[in-house]
Design a protein around this ligand. Structure first.
Ligand SMILES: [Zn+2]
Ligand SMILES: [Zn+2]
Length: 171
């Protein structure tokens, strides 16, 4: 544990587990205009789709602040190698399934999706629900890699997504 004090909200957080202040991150996600795009909205269809799609639950949409605050405080950061962006993953936020999968050609979801992924979590946050086992597969394949520590000697904090140093050593 290495405590970092947020320069914006003044709250402390553990720099070893998160590069950015969790409450400020959740606040940023909450107001992101593209957080839940139409194709992941369960009310946007009911039209048959030729493709499998994942939708968020209505519970997630109605209680998104609570989900996002929990996720920001408990999830894990990854670098997404293909898109060269930073993503944030939380397993079973609040002990609930944040989404569900709708098979191709069906109107309704038929299985829960227990992982919450915030893709491009810094610049253009976009939430969707994923299957935790498939997500683990993608980690094993190297599609998602954990963040590196701070370049400062003997600092275990995660480096900021914008550079080689942590929030503490950037100042
Ligand atoms: Zn903050
Ligand atoms: Zn550092």
């Amino acid at each position: 544990m290495s405590v970092v004090i947020c320069s914006a909200c003044r709250l402390p957080w553990d720099g070893v587990t998160a590069p950015h202040c969790p409450p400020c991150l959740a606040a940023r996600w909450l107001v992101a205009p593209g957080l839940v795009v139409e194709k992941h909205n369960p009310d946007a269809y009911p039209a048959l789709s030729d493709h499998y799609r994942s939708v968020m639950t209505r519970d997630f949409l109605e209680n998104r602040r609570v989900y996002l605050e929990y996720a920001a405080a408990n999830g894990t950061w990854y670098y997404q190698t293909y898109y060269e962006t930073y993503s944030h993953y939380t397993f079973h936020p609040l002990g609930r399934s944040p989404g569900a999968g709708v098979p191709a050609g069906e109107l309704e979801p038929d299985h829960p999706l227990d992982g919450l992924l915030i893709a491009d979590a810094v610049d253009a946050p976009h939430a969707f629900a994923v299957d935790p086992l498939l997500f683990l597969d993608r980690i094993e394949k190297g599609d998602f890699v954990r963040l590196a520590p701070c370049a400062e000697r003997s600092c275990d904090n995660l480096r900021l997504t914008s550079g080689a140093r942590c929030a503490l050593h950037l100042r």
